[in-house]
Design a protein around this ligand. Structure first.
Ligand code: SAM
Length: 411
């Protein structure tokens, strides 16, 4: 079994149980602060006078800035909730890369940010000799790096035939030992893909996709498992299905909406993106008011997501698109400006509530990642957790690395 690299000064396994227990306690004790739907609230739902006074002084811009900065969060809320900012619940240590220098021609058809994540993932999880199974591989960029830099034999699994074909063409051209398996891993048998002498890797595989990997890799006792999970809410089940015993025993019974909270953090995209995001929030709130006027139905109805460019145009076309989603037609002679006006104070209230709710986003994500880490520990793995990179590169930066422990010889 390859040892864990020395650079992984991440939380060792004995600490993971205690880490989970602390997060569980924090999240459970403070449910009233984060288990709510700010978009559906018209007033601050808390009565604590210190908190109300603090929130009352915050403008939309203050909310935006504090929300993006752990330092400002601590400055603003550290006095009220010091337990949120103690080292004991801080994210694990950061991976310290030496830096891979692959040839420039290896980075085909891939954005700079993604490429950096792939290189870091490859370096952080590199091992000496096991063949690699790359889960939900897309075009197999990660597998390509592993094959080229470490001469691994890589099998890349992906359900989109086009991506498999494109990946295969590149691998052939570069004469790499990478092959593609085109398969829907949720609706087809996958047992045959897993072996004991194998490293299984998954970069940003969503909910059920990485769950299926973990269960199957554990059943096959695959030697090494390295995953960077994301999108916990992308699952078939309505509610969260805990994987480890401690999470199953937790009082937290998470809904899909609450799972989304864990992945809502975005990479700050500059002033223009920030402005578009604010416009989007205001328009969604204003449309809700318009819909209430037209239908009399106060019940919140979700809307699909739309490309950001919509929000540099006028409000009326957006409102028409939203109304069509709800099979409604809006009065033709109204540009909706009165709803925009009414939405402004509501948006400010929403952002103030979200500011508090978002303090629990990272603890919740850590809770979910630890559930997976503890599951692997229960399955006989030595597990470590670390941050692969700064959250500015990707907010989904928590890497689980597991090595199968040798079974103890009978005495
Ligand atoms: C978020 S992307 C990650 C791709 C790649 N690992 C990366 O980080 O660039 C998730 C990938 O999973 C694939 N996928 C989604 N559902 C799948 C399924 N049921 N079976 C196999 N692959 C699936 C998607 O087509 C997509 O390429």
């Amino acid at each position: 079994m390859p040892p864990l690299p020395a650079c992984m000064k991440a939380k060792p396994m004995s600490e993971l149980f205690a880490f989970f227990a602390r997060l569980d306690q924090l999240l459970t004790a403070n449910q009233a602060l984060w288990r709510l739907q700010p978009l559906q609230l018209a007033q601050i739902p808390w009565a604590e006078s210190k908190l109300l006074k603090l929130l009352d002084n915050l403008s939309l811009n203050d909310c935006e800035q504090i929300d993006q900065s752990p330092q400002l969060q601590q400055q603003t809320f550290g006095g009220l909730w010091p337990e949120l900012f103690v080292d004991e619940i801080a994210p694990p240590a950061m991976f310290q890369p030496q830096g891979l220098s692959p040839p420039f021609w290896l980075a085909t058809d891939i954005g700079g940010r993604k490429w950096q994540q792939i290189l870091l993932f490859a370096e952080a999880t590199a091992q000496a000799k096991l063949p690699v199974l790359e889960w939900c591989a897309g075009k197999g960029h990660l597998g390509r790096v592993l094959a080229q830099q470490y001469q691994h034999k890589v099998s890349s699994v992906e359900w989109q035939q086009q991506l498999c074909q494109q990946g295969e063409i590149i691998a052939e051209k570069l004469q790499l030992t990478q092959r593609f398996i085109c398969r829907d891993v949720l609706n087809n048998p996958i047992k045959d893909l897993f072996e004991q002498q194998q490293q299984v890797v998954a970069l940003h595989a969503c909910g059920d996709l990485h769950r299926s990997l973990l269960v199957q890799a554990a059943a096959a006792q695959s030697q090494q498992v390295d995953i960077l999970p994301c999108c916990y809410h992308l699952q078939q089940a309505m509610d969260y299905q805990p994987m480890s015993a401690p999470a199953q025993q937790s009082l937290l019974k998470l809904t899909k909406t609450e799972l989304k909270l864990a992945v809502q953090g975005q990479v700050t995209g500059g002033e223009r993106v920030r402005r578009l995001r604010q416009t989007e929030m205001l328009w969604r709130r204003a449309y809700q008011l318009w819909r209430l006027e037209v239908t009399g139905d106060p019940q919140y109805q979700p809307l699909a997501s739309v490309p950001k460019h919509w929000f540099s145009g006028a409000f009326r076309p957006f409102a028409e698109w939203a109304a069509a989603q709800h099979q409604l037609v809006l009065p033709f002679d109204d540009d909706g400006s009165c709803y925009l006006q009414q939405a402004e104070p509501l948006l400010l209230t929403q952002r103030r509530i979200e500011l508090v709710q978002h303090l629990f986003r990272r603890p919740l994500e850590l809770w979910l990642v630890l559930d997976r880490a503890l599951y692997l520990a229960e399955q006989g793995y030595q597990v470590q957790l670390q941050q692969l990179c700064d959250t500015a590169l990707t907010p989904r930066n928590l890497l689980i690395s597991a090595r199968k422990l040798p079974v103890a010889a009978p005495l």
